[in-house]
Design a protein around this ligand. Sequence first.
Ligand code: BTN
Length: 329
Amino acid sequence: MSKDNRKRIIEMLSNSGEEFISGESISKELGISRAAVWKHINYLKENGYEIEAINKKGYRIVDVNSDVIIPEQITVNLDTKFVGQNIRYFHELDSTNNYAKEKFEELEDGSLVISESQTAGKGRLGKNWQSNPGEGIWMSTVLKPDIPVYKAPFLTLVAGAAILNAFRNLGVDAKIKWPNDIVLNGKKICGILTEMVAEVEKVGCVVIGMGINVNTMLFPGELSEKATSLKKEGFEVKKSDIIREIMHEFEKLYIPYIEYGSRDEIIGVCRKHSVLIGKDVYVIKKEHREKVYCMDISDDGNLIVKHVDGEIEEIISGEVSVRGQNGYI
Ligand code: BTN
């Protein structure tokens, strides 16, 4: 069964709204048999689409199960050149970042690896990332930019700004906790983990992992203090809409950064929606913890802080974590 035809069928059914479309018109439009149309419809039914079929009238979509991710539903109206256009979808992986790094040579630039669950989801600084089935979006974008290694870490901020823009398009007013946490109502809703496969002085591949808590209602232990989900905060948004929107917003910022080094818009979004700027926080590096005042994010994407003795320093994201005075922020 061709995926392109399946995508066209979803497109036709989505565009016709409440109207039925006959099996015959689908088969004529795509140049395939009625039996092939029927097989595609059955596949969609088994994969989260509720489709009403009435004799002599045809088919229409009644509902889409928002708990599962349907790759074709992401790409159906995705207007990017390459980001998110090729999707590898799994029910379970150890980690989408690991898979992307292992297979990057066979994956096209801009490919997206998605898994409904991860058995060894990874967070920053060696932490683990809770990735239960149905609860969130666990995905990694594979990028093969022709840039020197030092330019790659900035891609975390490109992803952060893209996620903020995407959430805003969907009516979710999220913020960013530099460098890689997306925050909603003071709690973490999404984390970004950027990893790189480097060749000599040049990037072979950058993998940007994004974990978004969508439906989680219970977080264990100390996570309950600092993490939240879209559902917990009262938002019902379809996972495929979130992913499509992120891919769209990411490419808009990514191409100008790679081609012309454009950073202004990205930094602008991160500054505007920062939860740290103007706050006293603790910067933690290994065992060392120091209270500083956050002044700004620099044009290079570093955090500009003022120490208690008045010294001003630019902090590079690498090995630090930032904590609020009384908890997460
Ligand atoms: C963090 O905030 O510490 C980063 C969390 C990143 C989690 C995502 S989920 C998809 C991808 N695969 C992983 O193993 N981790 C990232």
